[in-house]
Design a binder for this molecule. Structure first.
Ligand code: ATP
Length: 217
């Protein structure tokens, strides 16, 4: 396969339409034939996820089956210690040679880039594609970068920061877990297969006796 590869990391606790719809938009806008969803096994900068590594992997697998070109990358499950993204980027760079790699980040994750382990190496390894989130302005970012045109992604393998026009999808995994725990159902925030899995596994304090379906409230 040729063309730039999209990389999208997350804890996916659980995967939701805020991830899927925005990344689908980016893949189409930037003409990315393949996006790897990199499961962040042991996030270094936040609380431990609620669902186990294998549960989050299974939910990801169920969600991605409806999205051709979206694939799981579970290399962080096979590594010991904290899941530093830069290690995955180094490994992917060594596999893909001079192919263009695009690390897709929500604006909240991009704003925290300076706190990443070896963050200065990220742009040597990949381009960054930022998905705007509510209230975010490119000018407000405190990083020594300049934004580039989209065409830069085709010209070199790494180093450009591009802002894309992904639609605002006001969903977070935190809000999904809260809804489910409060007995409100997922409110259409998740693929049906993921919601069924959550019910089967009894995740996030789900009320397994509730009759409320995915599209309730
Ligand atoms: P949590 O609420 O548990 O922090 P999350 O929904 O933000 O989770 P993560 O798995 O932590 O999801 O995030 C992975 C990536 O997805 C980050 O780059 C984040 O900015 C991005 N992201 C999450 N939700 C959205 C959304 N609704 N729109 C755009 N990007 C999103």
């Amino acid at each position: 396969m040729t063309g730039a590869i999209g990389l999208f990391g997350g804890t996916f606790d659980p995967i939701h339409f805020g991830h899927l719809k925005t990344v689908a938009h980016v893949a189409s806008e930037l003409d990315l034939p393949q996006v790897l969803f990199i499961l962040n096994a042991r996030p270094p900068h936040r609380e431990a996820p609620v669902a186990s590594e294998s549960q989050r992997r299974e939910m990801l697998e169920l969600a991605l089956q409806d999205y051709p070109g979206f694939e799981i990358d579970d290399r962080e499950l096979h590594r010991r210690g904290p899941s530093y993204s830069v290690w995955s980027l180094r490994a992917l760079r060594s596999v893909h040679g001079q192919r263009s790699l695009c690390l897709i980040l929500g604006a909240d994750a991009f704003a925290g880039l300076r706190g990443w382990f070896h963050w200065e190496d990220v742009l040597a390894l990949a381009h960054i594609v930022v998905m705007p989130r509510s209230g975010w302005r490119p000018q407000s970012v405190d990083l020594p970068i300049r934004y580039a045109e989209r065409a830069e992604i085709r010209r070199r393998p790494a180093g450009a920061v591009v802002v894309c026009n992904a639609p605002e999808v006001p969903i977070s995994a935190t809000s999904v877990r809260a809804r489910i725990g409060a007995g409100d159902g997922p409110g259409g925030c998740l693929p049906d297969a993921v919601w069924l899995y959550i019910q089967r596994e009894g995740l996030y304090g789900v009320d397994t006796n509730s009759t409320r379906g995915n599209h309730a409230g």
